[in-house]
Design a protein around this ligand. Structure first.
Ligand code: ARG
Length: 468
């Protein structure tokens, strides 16, 4: 039966039907929509709102559709959306009694329910991938507990650290991304079905039952909110956008680190391209594509927020336009997530180069100043000045960090404070050794291998606890 035949006389032109139909992206909620109809019909039967006999016929038609799949539906844009396409299918199987399926139900609560069902599944899939990613990083970190590298601030050499310590900073970011998705999941785990168009219904429906049948933790408590709200989509896409930001940052570092200037990483050939004209080239195209594609998420987030920001409460058709941006965001993110993990896992960290950079360019300077505080009882600010001046003079004289010794520091201290430091040469040398520096940063969150090992244990526990 044509939905329009009651109230409306004219049909939409093909162009208008194309423009307004959601069928193209409703494909993503097909299964959820069948489940939604099944749960609703079952509840209507149990409540005695529709007869058992009609209910069973509707359910068997839905079971048949489940088996046949979406191809069994007429997806002509004139049908408007997946909800009408499913109803039309059931009508084609059992005749006009199919109309009982829509008792106490609206497409408004149905689409809100379907989206929650489908998105919950997507989130769980992305979370599974995230755990694999964190596990991959943990495995890599275990191999690099003592692998030196220089840490940067302002992209300038700052202090020595280890590759494990750096890698695990990604793992923590990904763990928070996981948590944000978990939060969004919990809030969306409430069922709008039964809100009907906006004010529920006078039929004695059982909303707890449909929520239970559909795997929700309970029904939503306000029916206007049930059909109006899409903040569950906005916050999920925000969480995905931040996750995309994490992936983009990882890619950015792989791109920089694989330059000739850094030479810290060699990307696998499988994740590199060459040039059509410059035969020597090995380009980090995959990382660049991740960096580029994750920008799509930022755009989708802003689009979604913009669509929902000025809508009056309850259902407005604008809400339909949120959906394709949601799926674009989940698809983009899912692809980038898997590929970034594989690319990172296959990259080779150049340990010798890491050690060379960790020793170069006075990255031990902070430790030297700390040494003066500890051994020479100087205020940190004074020690900072002495070391700063030492580096400045060393640079003028073309000295390297390892050329700095106790006597050199004494001379500068004398000049600046009138006193020598009297620190033992062996202690100065120790302060310049990056391995010593790392071992001595034995503070929660620091690069000392003992600390890093503890974090690895915590992360493994996190993976295990969340593994389904
Ligand atoms: N295709 C619509 C959407 O995605 C389904 C709800 C339609 N409701 C309506 N009153 N036209 O939002």
């Amino acid at each position: 039966m044509n939905l329009r035949s009651g109230r409306l006389k004219g049909q939409m032109s093909g162009e208008v039907a194309d423009f307004t139909s959601s069928l193209q992206f409703d494909v993503r909620i097909f299964q959820a929509d069948v489940q939604c109809n099944q749960a609703h019909t079952t509840m209507l039967m149990e409540q005695g709102i529709i007869s058992r006999q009609i209910g069973e016929r509707i359910l068997s038609a839905l079971a048949e559709l489940e088996k046949e799949g979406i191809d069994a539906l007429d997806l002509n844009p004139a049908v408007e959306d997946i909800h009408m396409a499913v109803e039309n299918y059931v009508t084609s199987k059992i005749g006009s009694d199919a109309g009982f399926m829509h008792t106490a139900k609206s497409r408004n609560d149905q689409v809100a329910t379907d989206l929650r069902i489908a998105l919950k599944e997507e989130i769980q899939e992305i979370q599974r991938e995230l755990l694999i990613f964190i596990d991959t990083i943990v495995e890599m970190a275990q191999e690099h507990l003592d692998t030196l590298m220089v840490g940067y601030t302002h992209l300038q050499h700052a202090q020595p650290t280890t590759f494990a310590h750096h890698l695990l900073s990604y793992a923590q970011a990904l763990k928070r991304d996981y948590g944000r998705l978990q939060d969004a999941y919990q809030r969306m785990d409430l069922c709008p079905l039964g809100s009907a168009a906006l004010t529920t219904t006078s039929f004695p429906i059982n909303r707890n039952r449909t929520a239970e049948l559909l795997g929700f933790s309970g029904p939503m408590e306000n029916s206007i909110d049930g059909v109006s709200s899409r903040d569950f989509i906005a916050e999920t896409v925000f969480a995905l956008t931040l996750l995309g930001t994490t992936l983009s940052k990882i890619s950015e570092e792989l791109i920089i680190w694989s330059t000739y200037e850094f030479r810290m990483v060699e990307l696998a050939d499988e994740f590199s391209s060459t040039s059509s004209i410059m035969p020597q080239k090995k380009n980090p195209d995959v990382a660049e594509i991740v960096r580029g594609k994750t920008a799509v998420l930022n755009g989708e987030l802003v689009t979604i927020l913009t669509i929902i920001k000025s809508l009056p409460q309850s259902y407005n058709r604008d809400l339909q336009e949120v959906t394709p941006h949601l799926w674009k965001a989940t698809d983009t993110l899912s692809a980038a997530l898997k590929i970034t993990r594989e690319m990172l896992a296959s990259a080779e960290f150049k340990s010798e180069r890491g050690a060379e950079l960790a020793r170069a360019n006075f990255s031990a300077a902070t430790e030297l100043a700390d040494l003066m505080v500890r051994e020479g009882n100087l205020p940190f600010r004074t020690a900072h000045q002495i070391v700063g001046r030492s580096v400045s003079i060393a640079l003028d004289k073309g000295m390297k960090a390892e050329d700095i010794d106790a006597q050199f520091l004494d001379e500068i201290s004398k000049e600046l404070t009138g006193e020598t430091l009297g620190i033992d040469e062996s202690i100065v040398k120790k302060a310049l050794d990056p391995h010593e520096i790392i071992r001595s940063r034995n503070v929660i969150g620091g690069p000392a291998p003992s600390q890093v090992k503890e974090v690895i244990v915590n992360l493994k526990k996190f993976i295990q606890e969340n593994h389904s």
